[in-house]
Design a protein. Structure first.
Length: 103
């Protein structure tokens, strides 16, 4: 899981969808019509601000970008900060605990 910060909160993005990250503040964001785009490694990518996509109040311009597949296309998701990676293990709860919890 790639952990990023956007709109003052931390978010976990599954690594299987993340291709690459880069310093968005070092690149110029262009507008193609009303769509913000950035040229990265010779490819034009749509820039989607993660906070806006999640319906949260945004702040300043994003400092970093995460290139990921979303909706069948490669996009650059703008985030405030790349926090780091986290490995998440999923473990089934024992049946006795589930019974106590009423699940």
């Amino acid at each position: 899981m790639l952990v990023v910060r956007s709109a003052g909160q931390q978010w976990g993005l599954p690594m299987e969808f993340v291709e690459e990250t880069f310093d968005l503040s070092a690149h110029r964001v262009h507008r193609v019509g009303t769509t913000p785009t950035v040229v990265f490694r010779g490819r034009v990518l749509e820039v989607v601000e993660l906070d806006e996509a999640l319906g949260m109040a945004g702040g300043d311009a994003s400092a970093a970008a995460v290139i990921a597949w979303a909706g069948g296309r490669r996009r650059a998701f703008g985030v405030d900060e790349l926090v780091g990676q986290m490995e998440v293990d999923r473990t089934e709860l024992p049946p006795t605990l589930l019974e106590r919890l009423g699940v």
